[in-house]
Ligand binder design. Structure first.
Ligand code: GLN
Length: 538
């Protein structure tokens, strides 16, 4: 008999930013290392159909899946912690649910019924549970926001209904809550968690497990109090104290045997987890052999969450070299206002400079200043997406001597639009979901540095952009020293270029950061950090 899928619902209480996504991902990692196939679903209560049109300064990074879905950044955590392949079906917003319901209503699918939140919206939500749980043993379903929010009510109601339809022992609810420490009283407080669990019970959901976020470990008396007032067994209450690195969470949770308890509650027979890979990561984080200074020159540096995958990929590149990456966030707009000597003072302590992706003209001239510095001072340079486009503009201006070189995103008509819109994008009017999105193949040129780094001829990497390298100007740029060492198989799209005369200068149109894991760094990030470490030697 086929084993039925098990479901873990994860909700959050008291405040947002409790690390629900990391908890879900770490639990996924533990179940996976017990030999179980896991997948995830993130439910977001906002009305946008996807986060693709949202400002990264508001919502953090947009994570792009292989199939080109623009999704919540928690999917990035899921992929970094496990081998789950997330797709569009693994992220759903209220907007998407309503979009589907209204489309059905307009089509006449409801046969004259009055369309309501219960049952039509909640049924549609339950369909997403089934879609996301295909081909896995355990589906981990996380509800964004905090219990008590008006927006998340339909999701919670759908969970209640769904649980009632499943066999006993196939569904559990984990509630991630805050146990604050009040310094003046030297006390941990359980009241916010009591209220939040009460709010959950009011909707008809009794959590099976509490994960208690706080500054300190949970002492026994607090655990007993929470058990009594929240109606959760004492051995089902787990601590989630602040740790140095999110990658310590799998070992930290396993130390409390949360995975054993989950398997017991879900009637899953599995082996003990193999924690070696995670223990190795923790060991490197605690005992790095060296530290490298990397500048991240971007426009969204005020909210580090906007570059989440990138920052993580740089950390992974560090782990691959047993080193710690010290990141310096530099606002590209601020660079524009500096005198050359001050730019030198700011960038000279750096062993590597990375210019990430972005949209809009603001700060792009500052990126060009940083790129010129890296190119002329022979500092390892990594350009990603807009960073790559600006690197080509910089080269065109300062090496080819095309002073007006630009991207058509910023200057519509110039003599040298090295970056432009291809015909397929010129017809696009809707902004949502219409960029070049998701995984595309890329062929690496024989004898190039990129080919050497990847060790193979063809790779597949994810995209999120509208503009492309202008093929009409490629020959002249090549003549001046640019090597377009990664292209689409038909050679029509530039995917990567490098400067062979430079110690390490690689720029990619794709976003390699989406595929990097702490246990398996992306080759470009591992190589970039290696080059940065080598810079430190005289
Ligand atoms: N704005 C550029 C484009 O649309 C780059 C996008 C990005 O960096 N993700 O092509």
């Amino acid at each position: 008999m086929a084993r039925s899928t098990k479901y873990i619902f994860v909700t959050g209480g008291v405040i947002s930013s409790l690390g629900k996504g990391i908890s879900a991902a770490a639990i996924g990692a533990l179940l996976e290392s017990r030999g179980l196939r896991v997948n995830f679903l993130k439910l977001d209560p906002y009305i946008n159909v996807d986060p693709g049109t949202m400002n990264p300064l508001q919502h953090g990074e947009v994570y792009v899946t292989e199939d080109g879905a623009e999704t919540d950044m928690d999917l990035g955590h899921y992929e970094r912690f496990t081998h789950a392949h997330t797709r569009q079906a693994n992220n759903c917003t209220s907007g998407r649910i309503y979009h589907r319901v209204i489309t059905k209503e307009r089509r006449g699918d409801y046969l004259g019924a009055t369309v309501q939140v219960i049952p039509h919206v909640t049924d549609e939500i339950q369909l997403t549970f089934l879609e996301a749980s295909q081909n896995c043993d355990v589906a981990i379903i996380e509800v964004g926001g905090t219990v008590g929010d008006i927006e998340s009510l339909p999701f919670l109601e759908a969970i209640r209904q769904f649980r009632g339809k499943q066999n006993r022992g196939d569904v559990i609810n984990i509630h991630v809550t805050l146990v604050p420490y009040i310094r003046t009283a030297d006390e941990l407080k359980t009241k916010p968690s009591q209220h939040s669990v009460a709010a959950l019970r009011e909707i008809g959901i009794q959590p099976d497990i509490l994960v208690c976020r706080g500054e300190l470990d949970l002492p026994g008396d607090i655990r007993r109090k929470l058990a009594l007032f929240c109606n959760v067994r004492e051995d089902c209450i787990f601590g989630a104290r602040d740790v140095e690195s999110i990658y310590m969470m799998p070992c930290y949770f396993h130390g409390q045997n949360i995975d054993g308890k989950i398997c017991e509650l879900l009637n899953i027979w599995s082996r003990e987890p193999d924690m070696q890979a995670w223990e190795d990561v923790v060991d490197i984080i605690r005992n790095p052999a060296c530290e490298v200074n990397i500048a991240l020159v971007g426009k969204y540096v005020k909210l580090h969450e906007s570059y989440k995958s990138l920052i993580e990929a740089l950390n992974h590149g560090g782990y691959a070299n047993r080193s710690r990456v010290k990141l310096h966030y530099i606002d590209s707009e601020e660079l524009e206002a500096l005198a050359p000597a001050d730019v030198d003072a700011m960038l000279s302590p750096m062993q590597g400079i990375l210019v990430p992706g972005g949209f809009g003209v603001r700060g792009t001239e500052g990126k060009i200043i940083a790129i010129e510095y890296a190119r002329t001072h022979r500092v390892p340079f990594f350009g990603i997406c807009l960073g790559m486009q600006m690197a080509l503009v910089e080269f065109a201006r300062h090496v080819c001597g095309w002073e007006d070189a630009c991207s058509a995103e910023f200057v519509e008509h110039s003599e040298h639009p090295v970056i432009h819109l291809m015909a397929s994008q010129q017809a696009v009017t809707d902004k949502g979901g219409t960029m070049r999105l998701g995984a595309y193949p890329c062929v690496l040129a024989e004898g190039s540095r990129a080919r050497d780094i990847f060790g193979c001829r063809e790779i597949s990497e994810r995209h999120r952009h509208r503009y492309e390298v202008n093929n009409a100007l490629r020959a002249e740029l090549e003549h001046a020293g640019v090597v377009f060492s990664g292209t689409s198989p038909d050679n029509q799209l530039v995917e990567l270029f490098e400067l062979p005369e430079h110690p390490w200068f690689i720029a990619t149109q794709f976003h390699p950061e989406y595929q990097s894991k702490p246990t398996a760094a992306h080759p470009l990030f591992a190589s970039f950090i290696r080059a940065a470490i080598d810079m430190r030697r005289p």
